[in-house]
Design a protein. Structure first.
Lengths: 259, 580
């Protein structure tokens, strides 16, 4: 049964869009390399420069829609489960945004539809046997099947125990549910285990917090900013011998496209 | 299975030399032979690569987590088990080791840590017996000399280092490492704060740290072949990534263009070799599938050179029924023998009052100490042989892959997030890259059940940690912990325990053995020119030649062996005889 309540995530979206206007871009400076020849793709495409010097660019246009924020794989209910579960794994707090604001559920959705979600480069021929844990992934299921089945498990567990959807539970109830899946706790899932699902979902969440924003998470590089990670920089030669944490404004791969 | 049904392979005109796999070994050999005027066909099952492909290389998800540069396991993989009682199952998804793919092979996605193996390594059995007596070697440890000495191999190490432009410490001298005939071609890399801290702490303990030899290039360099490359930018995207600057030595920016310029090299990509054809102790060519069209070809050649990653070198021999397969029950036979890996101990320090810029770096930016490597220390009272290279490296802490947490921190939720953000830039790690010695029960053979996309059986790995490995791990972990305490960490977590070998977490892509070199055909596959004992016009080159694995990264030694092989092949082309 669909539980679409547009208001909850649409208002989130608007807030994020406004943040876009504060973004600044870092631009190429040919001077930083001191005249040394730079080979390879950047030597050819960017005229021999590093991209490290800070030159603020003009602000972006006001609050353009993020067309990336739509669903490729999940239905609405699955999206809401993913959003709620990811938020508990990486919650919003006084240090900064959580998974929901970072767009992690969109990231996971897009990954489900990607070759990774379908185990495109994995050996998926039988016979399938359980083996021992040291033999690794032996599931006949693809990652997007494990996530889908596991999230259905979260829904079933929540409805049975709390008579509610997982995404309608209190944060404490959601944590209790996720802990039960993390430990196993006698929960049965077809073709997979609650632990396998939880571990995979947790990994997807962390990836969504910290992957380049082009994948749909790490909205506005806010995941990187919380830990002072500068993202995609071409050159640290000037900084590499320095003591302490050097703060550099982050840039994403999108920066390469603006030349 | 998508094997194309063909009654007969398309027969191609005979060529002097066919090389299978265009990584470091294939690239170096192709370069040397074509410079001398020999026509070479290079078969590579992956795609073409160039620095232009790395426009978007600073993408941790795509390259480091989704294995952009790695082998498509849906087409070919290995099966794994810890021991003979288990049924081996496919290595379905990348984990413990990352198989390379495409032009440049593993030489494109490596870090560039370029250390020579020790004189001790090449004569490990005789030197161990000389110092400790034969009883020091456990009965099931198949320790053997390599059939070549460090001094014999030294000129080839130098040749490799000048080709790649290795940046190294001018003070690196014996006795802890082998003697060098020429200084490093370029000065050492820069030193980070963490490297200086490690250096100081190690010196205080009486050790001998040095700046790690690096293929990242400390300055612009023109090699003897006339190839000019730019200096490393310390951008921190090396291992698992391709270098967009061409600063990291990679076959694609060094030896392959040299070979291509001669007009004597024809590279055929998307060409997956399935068999070596042979008759009466000589190869006549290879069979390969064009993975784009599905067509099968037979490429006759005077000399066949196998330079793919070790699993595939072994697979080709076994599936072609060339050479004597190793039998673990009797310890006889040679193909698949002495599979070794790497024992990685270490220590992580958490600094509550200090932050570092660990997000910067280069693949081979580090300090190394060999005080507990090889036989540089007395093993009389130890329950293990050999040792580990102790090192701190700053290759770039990327945010998905690097989330160091003190012990007992939850792995999700509010408390996790707080610790995750707090320690993102407050953790340093020391690695003790330990040797892996050969045991009777660790080997490669043919899997009875699982096949690749072309219908060929997969290679089966049987491997587990031994008492030797566990004792080495414990010793090296403790040493790493001491240095980390000396560096002033608030808390130190030591990694010093091994249980069973597990293919899930990343360990090392330093898989070795299976076609080992030696002086005796009864215990080795190839002689010291990497020429096959059982087929004199077949040369097999790579880390598959290692009779054991040392406490170092393998590439420098693979590079030296490749130059040695190139010399042997050139001799053989002039006068086709057994070279040893």
């Amino acid at each position: 049964m669909p539980n679409y309540r547009g208001g909850t995530f649409v208002s989130e979206l608007n807030k994020q869009a406004q943040d876009n206007s504060r973004r600044a871009f870092l631009k190429t400076s040919g001077a930083a390399l001191g005249g040394v020849v730079v080979g390879g793709v950047f030597g050819k495409m960017l005229g021999g420069g590093s991209r490290n010097a800070v030159v603020p660019a003009a602000p972006e246009h006001q609050a353009a829609a993020d067309y990336n924020q739509a669903l490729m794989f999940f239905n609405q209910e699955q999206f809401q489960v993913a959003q709620a579960a990811a938020e508990r794994i990486f919650p919003k707090d006084e240090q900064g945004p959580g998974a929901m604001e970072l767009g992690v559920a969109y990231f996971i959705d897009h990954q489900m539809a990607s070759p990774w979600g379908y185990n495109g480069k994995d050996y998926m021929s039988g016979p399938f046997e359980k083996g021992v844990p040291t033999q690794g992934y032996q599931s006949r299921l693809t990652r997007n099947q494990i996530i889908t089945i596991g999230m259905q498990g979260l829904q079933d567990y929540s409805k049975q125990k709390y008579q509610k959807n997982f995404f309608e539970l209190t944060p404490e109830q959601q944590d209790e549910t996720l802990k039960a899946f993390e430990k196993g706790d006698g929960i049965k899932l077809p073709g997979t285990t609650p632990q396998e699902f939880f571990s995979l979902f947790r990994t997807f969440t962390i990836e969504g917090v910290y992957a380049d924003p082009m994948y749909g998470g790490n909205k506005d590089m806010a995941g990187w900013k919380m830990r002072s990670f500068p993202g995609n920089q071409g050159n640290y030669t000037e900084h590499i011998e320095k003591t302490g944490l050097v703060k550099i404004a982050p840039q994403s791969l999108h920066d390469h496209m603006s030349h | 299975m998508e094997k194309e049904k063909t009654d007969m392979a398309n027969q191609l005109p005979k060529v002097p030399v066919v090389i299978v796999g265009m990584g470091w070994a294939g690239g170096i050999i192709a370069s040397e032979l074509t410079k001398q005027g020999t026509k070479v066909v290079g078969l590579e099952r992956g795609k073409v690569r160039s620095t232009e492909d790395y426009f978007m290389a600073h993408d941790e998800l795509r390259y480091a987590q989704r294995y952009e540069m790695m082998q498509d396991l849906s087409k070919d993989t290995v099966t794994v088990r810890n021991n003979e009682k288990q049924t081996a199952l496919p290595y379905r998804s990348h984990g413990s080791f990352l198989l390379g793919d495409g032009l440049g092979g593993a030489g494109s996605h490596w870090n560039g840590q370029s250390l020579r193996f020790l004189p001790y390594d090449f004569e490990i059995r005789s030197q161990t017996i000389k110092r400790y007596g034969e009883q020091k070697i456990p009965a099931d440890m198949q320790l053997q000399d390599w059939g070549i000495t460090y001094d014999q191999l030294e000129p080839y190490f130098t040749q490799y280092e000048y080709m790649a432009g290795i940046s190294g410490d001018p003070d690196l001298e014996p006795p802890m490492v082998g003697k060098r005939s020429k200084p490093f071609p370029t000065p050492p890399m820069k030193k980070t704060e963490s490297m200086k801290m490690f250096e100081e702490a190690a010196k205080k303990l009486g050790y001998h740290p040095y700046n790690m030899p690096s293929a990242n290039l400390s300055e612009q360099y023109k090699n003897p072949d006339g190839i000019e490359r730019a200096a490393c930018q310390y951008c921190a995207f090396c291992e698992r990534f391709g270098c967009e600057y061409g600063a990291k030595a990679d076959p694609v920016v060094t030896v392959i263009p040299v070979a291509q310029k001669t007009g004597n090299l024809e590279i055929r990509t998307h060409s997956n070799v399935t068999k070596v054809i042979h008759t009466n102790g000589k190869a006549t060519g290879v069979v390969y599938v064009d993975t784009i069209t599905g067509e099968e070809f037979e490429q006759p050649a005077d000399v066949v050179i196998l330079t793919s990653y070790l699993f595939n070198n072994v697979k080709l021999l076994l599936n072609s029924k060339l050479g004597k397969p190793y039998d673990p029950k009797t310890g006889t036979g040679v193909v698949g023998k002495n599979y070794c890996y790497q024992v990685n101990a270490g220590a992580t320090g958490f600094f509550d009052d200090k932050e570092f810029s660990t997000f910067m770096g280069a693949g081979a930016l580090g300090i190394e100490a060999d005080d507990f490597n090889g036989d540089n220390f007395d093993h009389t009272n130890e329950k293990f042989l050999h040792g580990a290279g102790m090192r701190i490296t700053q290759s770039g802490a990327r945010p998905i892959g690097s989330n160091p947490l003190p012990k007992n921190t939850p792995s999700w939720g509010k408390e996790f997030k707080t610790a995750n953000l707090k320690y993102a830039n407050r953790a340093l790690s020391i690695g003790a890259q330990g040797s892996s010695l050969p045991f009777k029960t660790n080997y490669l053979d043919v899997d009875p059940t699982y096949k690749d996309a072309y219908g060929m059986p997969l290679v089966r790995m049987t491997f587990d940690w031994t008492e030797q490995d566990k004792a080495l791990m414990k010793f090296q972990g403790a040493k790493a912990g001491e240095i980390m305490k000396g560096m002033g960490a608030t808390t130190v977590t030591v990694n010093d325990t091994l249980t069973n070998y597990n293919v899930v977490p990343y360990g090392s892509t330093h898989n070795t053995g299976g076609t080992v070199m030696g002086a005796d055909p009864a215990t080795s596959v190839v002689n010291n020119y990497l020429q096959m004992w059982d087929a004199e016009n077949v040369f097999i080159v790579g880390a598959s030649n290692f009779a054991h694995n040392s406490g170092y990264n393998p590439t420098a030694t693979v590079g030296a062996l490749s130059y040695r092989a190139a010399e042997g092949i050139a001799k053989y082309l002039k006068q086709p005889v057994k070279l040893v």
